[in-house]
Design a binder for this molecule. Sequence first.
Ligand code: MLT
Ligand code: MN
Ligand code: ZN
Length: 304
Amino acid sequence: MKIQVLGSSAGGGLPQFNCNCNNCKAYREGSTTVKRRTQSSITISEDGENWVLFNASPDILEQIHNSPFLHPTKLRETKIKAIVFIDGQIDHTTGLLMLREGCPHEVYCTKEVNEELNTSFPLFKMLKHWDGGGTNYHEIVPNNTQFSIPVMPNYEFYAHPLISNAPPYSKYRDKPRAGDNIGVVVVNKKTGKRLFYLPGLGVLEDHIIEEMAKADVLLIEGTLWTNDEMIKGNFSKKLGTEMGHIPLNGENGLIKVLDSLEKPRKILIHINNTNPILDESTKEYKELISHGIEVSYDGMSIEI
Ligand code: MLT
Ligand code: MN
Ligand code: ZN
């Protein structure tokens, strides 16, 4: 399986248009230790020709432009043959509007996300008005039920419900349902190699830790370093866990659990621009890598 990180940051990207935090400022000033990052998305492929997109970020046009394997080779063509949405958040879905000339798109999501994308953020409804008729919806059942995607015939997909949060515009905000957020396991039927992609994780439940332990590659939540990072920095009044993002550091942080897992390669994704690990000169970055944890970056290639 080929895995390409298209966007490694959380909502806003780095630099974020209205942000002058240490990282955004350092990037604008030409720092060599802070990278530009677009918003959260990966794409995977079995044959290197046909790609399954996980989330459609607001930065998708730039991401496609920077990824020659996604460029059309016929007169009109998209190499993105299926799109999986792990939630209905702006940073994971808005890019679908930018792909409107390529309708219909084969979209895979839970019925909860399908509802959101037809009501509070009605992208699916809007796209019906374009040539090709919008989207073809394939329901994902978020209880470890297997699903398949035709362009990756030798792979099995499984969705796991994650406790995180519903989008700010959802009537389920702060009372999320199973299915508002999922993590997806992709397994090679022949080799058994497993990817577990879970960019939005609010609570470390035992069944998720068990699944993490079985993975060969984890592409996992890296939004915040500390739970009160947004409050302390005067960026927001919310804790990470209130937004559905468990922090990396601390007694109840993700690093501690990652330390207990031997098998997987541990790679962070969906990293907020305020997170000190995004500057490679910080003590937090050095601490992170001393645990054998990697920070993904736009354009990163992984093969399993
Ligand atoms: C999140 O990850 O919590 C959301 O993307 C936040 C947002 O859309 O601003
Ligand atoms: Mn997000
Ligand atoms: Zn910033």
